[in-house]
Design a protein around this ligand. Structure first.
Ligand code: NAD
Ligand code: UGA
Length: 469
């Protein structure tokens, strides 16, 4: 066991050292929370990305997350450190969280479905190469069930020189609410081998979270259940959205309102009210990749019907995105050539700068294919939007001012449920737009009747359009 002394507050004895490899949306916030809550641990977060590490050391953090800066500042340079010294971090750590990216494979066997585990495996090999003392290696990344077996094989290939114990501790935080999710998690899941060494390592990880998470929220299991539960949790969440989105299409045909249907259905305590907001589709870095991974795993075990079932969740999401753009074109008199269309929001959800798999990417590209003039506005995500649109970005205008984006536009399409869009001066926006002025509310966040009263033709998700023509 390492012993550290806190450089600033000499009263706190740092008894253990935690390393986290991967300083992204998960590694950064989770380690900042652990460091803040557990001054007795030295927490060293490392990454190969120098710019990212440099940003973690400033007040301009590399990711936008409400409340995160305060958490980071509470521990940074006290017991929370960021660096690119991966070897050094491995060497001094008792516990190593691995939180590298596990994207969908884009090449070779399993391309487009399987998880690309190259970053994870490189880290495992680096740990074996560098480590000089026993370590607990914690899977923080989302991984296919049975990955721990592979990890054990790599970590223990060098023989009995050093013992590595692999723990699965998947992360359930959602972006935009990461700090609250970490402060008050629904549960923390810790899976281990059920051997004496596995159970001892499990307890060490339980002890970290027990500092601030109530005991009844800390769930332990075998390592395979923990790995699989993470994929299944995301699949169930995405399934709810696809379920309500499928019903939104039916509502638009039948004059039912999806908001009213969701409310009535969600009041059944067996169903529950959350995650029933119909939308232009779900985005984010994980739902699609984790379901693809689940599908791939099912296929590899010959469970074809199970694979088809979960594939349906993704097919419905693609349908919802493309249905949204088709409706825009149809209602705008079947041509949008040279029409200015303002996309309000580009982040995949509110309160994040993350745009990975955002439905706005699909919508923007389709509108550009139809030769519309696309303007993108977003309070936090414009840099990522430019990157996502690649070469196409040259033909897109970007502004952080929604009023400027809407000026001279034929249509505004709400892509992200940013709170600020609810309180805009919509009279002013209407006055500055071409007529007829269209609003396509891909998040159902606006007061549709009020906008209709101002003169807008309004196209919500999951209820009939309010048209002036
Ligand atoms: P991310 O891309 O933001 O961060 C991953 C980081 O790992 C990057 O900064 C990258 O440079 C670094 N990295 C990659 N290879 C490395 C190596 N060999 N050595 C050192 N650093 C390396 O990814 P993320 O969103 O934080 O997701 C990480 C994992 O957590 C994924 O498996 C994801 O599925 C899972 N997850 C993500 C979320 C989320 O909200 N983003 C939530 C729960 C779980
Ligand atoms: C999701 C899960 O909620 C987290 O528990 C999980 O840890 C994480 O994935 C992960 O593994 O990466 P996240 O993607 O950050 O978190 O955000 P969500 O709040 O789940 O939203 C995902 C997408 O679904 C967003 O595009 C959001 O706008 C959309 N959504 C959500 C809807 O369209 N309707 C809803 O009712 C809820």
């Amino acid at each position: 066991m390492s012993s550290f002394r806190n450089p600033r507050e000499r009263t706190t004895e740092m008894t253990k050292c935690i390393a986290c490899i991967g300083a992204g949306y998960v590694g950064g916030p989770t380690m900042a929370m652990i460091a803040m809550k557990c001054p007795q641990y030295k927490v060293h977060v490392v990454d190969v990305n120098e710019a990212r590490i440099a940003a973690w050391k400033t007040d301009d953090l590399p990711i936008y997350e409400p409340g995160l800066l305060e958490v980071v500042k509470a521990a940074r340079d006290r017991n929370l450190f960021f660096s690119t010294d991966i070897d050094g971090a491995i060497r001094e750590a008792d516990i190593i969280f691995v939180s590298v990216n596990t994207p969908t494979k884009t090449f070779g066997d399993g391309a487009g479905r399987a998880a690309d585990l190259q970053y994870w495996e490189k880290v495992a090999r680096q740990i074996v190469r560098v480590a000089a003392s026993p370590k607990i290696v914690v899977e923080k990344s989302t991984l296919p069930v049975k990955t721990a077996q592979t990890m054990e094989a790599i970590l223990n290939a060098a023989g009995d020189r050093i013992h590595f114990e692999v723990i699965s501790n998947p992360e359930f935080l959602a972006e935009g609410t990461a700090v609250q999710d970490l402060l008050h998690p629904d549960r923390v899941l810790i899976g281990s081998r059920e051997t004496p060494a596995g159970l001892k390592a499990r307890q060490e990880i339980v002890d970290i979270y027990a500092t601030w998470v109530p005991a009844d929220k800390i769930v332990t299991s075998n390592v395979w259940s923990a790995e699989l539960s993470k994929l299944v949790a995301n699949a169930f969440l995405a399934q709810r959205i696809s379920s309500i989105n499928s019903i939104s299409a039916l509502c638009e045909k039948t004059e039912a309102s999806v908001r009213e249907v969701a409310r009535a259905v969600g009041m059944d305590s067996r169903v529950g009210p959350r995650f029933l907001n119909a939308s232009v589709g779900f985005g984010g870095s994980c739902f699609k990749k984790d379901i693809l991974n689940l599908v791939y795993i099912c296929e590899s075990y010959g469970l074809h019907e199970v694979a088809r079932y979960w594939e349906g969740v993704l097919a419905m999401n693609e349908y919802q995105e493309s249905r949204f753009v088709k409706a825009m074109i149809r209602y705008m008199f079947n041509t949008i050539v040279d029409k200015r269309i303002a996309l309000f929001g580009f982040a995949f959800k509110a309160d994040t700068s993350d745009t990975r798999q955002s439905p706005a990417i699909f919508v923007a590209r389709k509108l550009l294919d139809e030769r519309a003039q696309v303007v993108v506005t977003d309070p936090r995500a414009l840099d990522n939007a430019r990157l996502d649109l690649g070469d196409a970005a040259a033909g897109v205008q970007f502004t952080d001012d929604p009023y400027q984006a809407a000026r001279g536009a034929h249509a505004v399409a709400i892509m992200t449920e940013w709170e600020l869009y609810r309180s805009l001066d919509w009279e002013r926006i209407y006055a500055s737009m071409e007529k007829p002025a269209f609003v396509f509310d891909g998040r159902n966040i606006l007061d549709h009747q009020k906008l209709f009263g101002m003169g807008f033709s309004v196209f919500p998700i999951g209820s009939p359009p309010l048209k002036h023509f």
